[in-house]
Design a protein. Sequence first.
Length: 305
Amino acid sequence: MDTLKDLKFYILLCREGSLSAAARKLDVSPAATSKRLAAMEKRLGVQLLNRHTRAMSLTAEGELYLQEAQLIAARLEHLAERLDPHRGEIRGALRINASLGFGRKYLAAVVSAFVRRYPAITVEMHLSDHPVDLVALSFDIGIRFGELPDSTLHARKIANHRRLLCAAPAYIEHAGTPRRPEDLTRHNCLILRQNEEAHGIWTFQRDDERLAVKVAGNLSANDGESVVAWALDGHGIVQRAAWEVEPYLRSGELVEILSRFALPQADISAVYHYQHFVPPKVRAFIDFFAAHVETATLPSGPTPL
């Protein structure tokens, strides 16, 4: 029995998300992949995965096994690096998850500069319209915005970052300028439907005053770029992070609204699942990303820490 091969097989299986996808990656039949998983579970005496018709999910034991497998694999990779004559060189495969818009506009450039700086690194960047389970899908790093949910993951805040309300001058000329958050109930608001957040509830803070306003409008989407595009076309008021709208504010295509009232922060964080040992490649990328933000790669919204 080759335990290390089993660990690597299980990590790959979880990363690919299905037996058939893992089989294609390994160039074997799905039946062979299923048989290998069943043999592993029999040896361990536990069920690692729940099999469904089109997908699979981790059991509690399967999640624990994955966490430990990733830790062992990372330690072995680090040991190999220490024994390597090129010791100290940042190397290995790095898997990063981020949102579609931020990934396309900013993170891709960071990755490009990172692999130029560390040519022995390979990066797989996966962009999604909602945060994914980093552990279950074997991602090393996730780039997240705003308040982070309670979890066993570790996070490093990269920068403070604001959310803004804005609209096109043409919309303001037609509909008027809201003076207080309550005024938004009389305006067309462009709703972003993402994650598990309450849709159409916008919260504001000014001194000790906190307001939650139920807004509505005739346009909604699960994609941030779409609602910004609608705002640019004069359809209504949009709430977005500064990195996405500040170029349009500088050009005058959008104007900020209710700037005296603070929206929930969109702070930028790098999230990772490693507990006691963080691989050098992960530390290197997070440091590199933080330095990239600090040198004003993003719009003026973030305040680097």
